[in-house]
Design a protein around this ligand. Structure first.
Ligand code: PRP
Length: 213
């Protein structure tokens, strides 16, 4: 049973949650360069991936389960796996944001984002014609540098936007981390998968729980 975890900020909240569920890695994930880790549970391994790869690994069955942000699920498309549990961690919002001094732009608007599919759908639903520019980081600089009129990005505290002269405009989706499960694993490894989901669910709701595996 391989569980793909998202590296970075989400991991800081994922590990304590798994610990409350009674599943802990046998070594410190953050201090190692390894990508696959044994846990205290026999036959349960953690794999560390970029968030944008978790859905792909789970969809194709290289990982049985995964923890990934709803933003990346929306961007990837959720047809290829099940999404049985909201872990309610890494909560934030996916929003459009505009320069504070240039909120109204007429004509065809250019949007910079790493969420190309989400942005396409959002603006299409609003009947707006847009140009999309795919960026993988430092999006908040794009409007100031004349690359885009607005951005679509994750907003948590809002400090990154403010620090770059931007402000949030429209909410696209509320985001949190979800458990996703490979469709075949859900059938073939049903007992183990539902046990882990049950433990995580308990950990989300009550805090502490017993291992019982
Ligand atoms: C996200 C997002 C913003 C920032 C928002 O980036 O892209 O840059 O967090 O947070 P704030 O509202 O609290 O300022 P993250 O640090 O997750 O890294 P990323 O760019 O790799 O996604």
């Amino acid at each position: 049973m391989i569980i793909a975890l998202t590296k970075g900020r989400i991991l800081e909240e994922t590990l304590p949650l798994f610990e409350r569920a009674g599943i802990v890695p046998n070594e410190n994930l953050k201090k190692s360069r390894k990508l696959l880790f044994e846990t205290n549970i026999n036959n349960v391994q953690f794999m560390l991936l970029r968030g944008s790869d978790v859905a792909t690994y789970v969809e194709f069955g290289s990982a049985d389960m995964g923890v990934v942000g709803k933003d990346l699920i929306l961007e990837h498309g959720s047809e290829g796996f099940y999404e049985p549990l909201d872990l309610r961690i890494a909560q934030c919002r996916l929003m459009t944001a505009v320069p504070s001094d240039r909120k109204v732009v007429s004509g065809r608007v250019t949007i910079a984002t790493k969420y190309i599919n989400i942005a396409k759908e959002h603006f299409a639903n609003q009947g707006k014609q847009i140009e999309l520019i795919k960026l993988n980081g430092a999006l908040e600089l794009a409007p100031a540098l004349g690359l885009a009129d607005a951005i679509v990005d994750i907003v948590d505290t809002g400090k990154t936007l403010t620090a770059n002269g931007l402000e949030p405009q429209n909410l696209i989706a509320d985001i949190s981390s979800r458990v996703i499960v490979n469709k075949a694993s859900m059938k073939i490894k049903h007992e183990m998968v539902s046990k882990i989901i049950g433990l995580l669910n308990k950990a989300v709701k009550n805090g502490k729980s017993d291992i019982g595996m």
